[in-house]
Design a protein around this ligand. Structure first.
Ligand SMILES: NC(=O)c1ccc[n+]([C@@H]2O[C@H](COP(=O)([O-])OP(=O)(O)OC[C@H]3O[C@@H](n4cnc5c(N)ncnc54)[C@H](OP(=O)(O)O)[C@@H]3O)[C@@H](O)[C@H]2O)c1
Length: 279
């Protein structure tokens, strides 16, 4: 009896996989229905500058109800907040270091009391220490892991439970193509991003059974912000840095079309495949 059951499973499993692949392909070919952001309260970590600032502007442009910015530098947060408020979208900012667990939970409470329930959480804040392992002191290495990886654990733990209660929410991670294909000289960053990728993959799978709550992970290539300024890229004509406005636009679109993983530009898929076959 057991053998017959096992045999059925063995036959059905590849068919199930094929069905999933066909469904995914059909979904890609169909025109996407875009989610209306009119009821959404969006919190963006690192929203004061860089890609985060463009994300805030893009979410506002595409109709989000309220925008909340988190970051460490009040001046940047205030300036971005003022710019968004001028467009007519309600915007708030709070100084919060996402690498500090107590501060995240404390500020999450303040956000809920002062602004309301967050329905889209964008984990964007990150740092890069960018030295070799032997030239880095332990505190600097720990700081990158706290901000880039653990920060996402704290923010998600703070806001996800309410999204699940409301059956309405989205967790977004601005990751990096370096999470799938590391480079030398940024060992702290690559490690933290690979860990953040595993976090999002696990979360995405875990939320498949939770209606109304979804995830999006964005994996951009080198983007023109302060983060990697001065970084030398081989063949810069072939691989120019991405424009942060474009990254923000594709991110908001991915949320609206409920796309789980986006590699930017799509040609970077080849890099990952090449790397896998090279080792
Ligand atoms: N630039 C690239 O080439 C590139 C490529 C792929 C992926 N990404 C990813 O895109 C995201 C945004 O990067 P970016 O290029 O916009 O970098 P950026 O210009 O250096 O901005 C980083 C943002 O993170 C915030 N931040 C840093 N530490 C923080 C902390 N402890 N708590 C709260 N906020 C903090 C910063 O604000 P404060 O300093 O005010 O706190 C700033 O708003 C990151 O996740 C990065 O890994 C960037």
């Amino acid at each position: 009896m057991m053998d017959v059951k096992m045999l059925c499973c063995a036959v059905l499993f590849p068919l199930q996989i094929l069905l999933c692949v066909l469904k995914a392909a059909a979904r890609r070919l169909m025109p996407h229905k875009r989610r209306d952001l009119g009821v959404d309260v969006v919190l963006i970590t690192g929203g004061g500058r860089g890609i985060g600032r463009h994300l805030a502007k893009e979410f506002a442009k595409q109709g989000a109800k309220k925008i909340i910015l988190w970051g460490r530098t009040e001046k940047c947060l205030r300036e971005t907040c003022e710019e968004i408020s001028l467009t007519g979208t309600e915007c708030h900012y709070f100084v919060c270091d996402v690498g500090n667990r107590e501060e995240v939970y404390e500020q999450a409470k303040v956000v809920r009391e002062k602004v309301g329930d967050v329905t889209i959480l964008v984990n964007n804040a990150a740092v890069v220490h960018g030295k070799s392992l032997m030239n880095s002191d332990d505190d600097a290495l720990l700081k990158t892991q706290h901000i880039n990886t653990l920060g996402q654990f704290w923010t998600t733990k703070a806001f996800l439970p309410r999204m699940l209660e409301l059956r309405h929410g989205h967790v977004v991670c601005i990751n990096s193509i370096l999470s799938l294909s590391s480079i030398p000289g940024a060992i702290d960053y690559c490690t933290s991003k690979a860990s953040a990728y595993a976090f999002m993959e696990s979360l995405t799978l875990g939320l498949l059974d939770c209606p109304g709550v979804d995830c999006t992970t964005i994996l951009p290539f080198h983007t023109d912000t302060e983060m990697f300024q001065g970084m030398r890229v081989r063949f810069p004509q072939l691989f120019p840095p991405l424009n942060p406005e474009m990254v923000a636009h594709r991110t908001v679109d991915a949320v609206r079309t409920n796309t789980a993983f986006v590699v930017l530009p799509w040609t970077m898929h080849f890099l990952v495949i090449l790397k896998r076959s090279a080792f």
